[in-house]
Design a protein around this ligand. Sequence first.
Ligand SMILES: Cc1cc2nc3c(=O)[nH]c(=O)nc-3n(C[C@H](O)[C@H](O)[C@H](O)COP(=O)(O)OP(=O)(O)OC[C@H]3O[C@@H](n4cnc5c(N)ncnc54)[C@H](O)[C@@H]3O)c2cc1C
Length: 199
Amino acid sequence: MQSTPQDILEISTIQDAQKAVSIAKKSKTPITTVGSTHSHSRLIQNNTGIIIRTEQLKGKITINTSDKVATLPSGMKLKEATKLLWDKGYAFSNQGDVDVQSIAGLIGTGVHGTGITHPSISTHVQDATIITSTGDIIKASENKAVLEATRLNLGAIGLIMDVTFAVVPIFFLHEQTWKQSTESLIEEVDTLARDNDHF
Ligand SMILES: Cc1cc2nc3c(=O)[nH]c(=O)nc-3n(C[C@H](O)[C@H](O)[C@H](O)COP(=O)(O)OP(=O)(O)OC[C@H]3O[C@@H](n4cnc5c(N)ncnc54)[C@H](O)[C@@H]3O)c2cc1C
């Protein structure tokens, strides 16, 4: 997949983000914000406007221990986020099997985890800081509809600067792998999914 945008802008602060939005607004060009570009689909393609890269939106995470929520910069990679959370004694309750995605990309596409009792990581989103197409800064939690839309936004909600997730105390998983015939797996799949926390 290839993009041939008019421009590619890299942002590392809210001011950069507002400047990028103002440039796009003046020239009436569409913005596509990208994280790690792991989706490699039309979601992140832009051949007429501006691509905004968010890899520099990383750094510190903030944990509110009484509410058990963590605020993470939107461009931070899942790999780094889980390490920083772990160092402070916290974890996501569920996540996908790859960790190259950015925090905003992850929720933008509603990346799934595993386990029938574990919903997508997007359901744990409690808040986000968003730059709108007018350059205004809004908090998703101030409007229930905006918060729900943020949870699976396909890049259409605005430019996300940070995301706040509900987190849980660290835990360990016991991993088992085995080979099984397709026929017996089909027979046992419901029981296996019920009896294993992540399957
Ligand atoms: C072939 C393939 C294999 C995959 N395998 C897995 C897998 O094994 N496990 C798994 O859990 N998931 C998997 N995914 C899903 C993929 O990891 C997700 O699509 C994830 O969103 C990618 O994150 P990213 O940071 O690369 O986001 P990107 O691909 O860069 O962007 C995804 C979306 O988020 C938007 N976005 C990104 N950053 C921002 C921001 N700061 N503000 C606003 N919008 C933003 C983009 O505009 C786009 O709509 C796969 C996807 C594909 C196509």
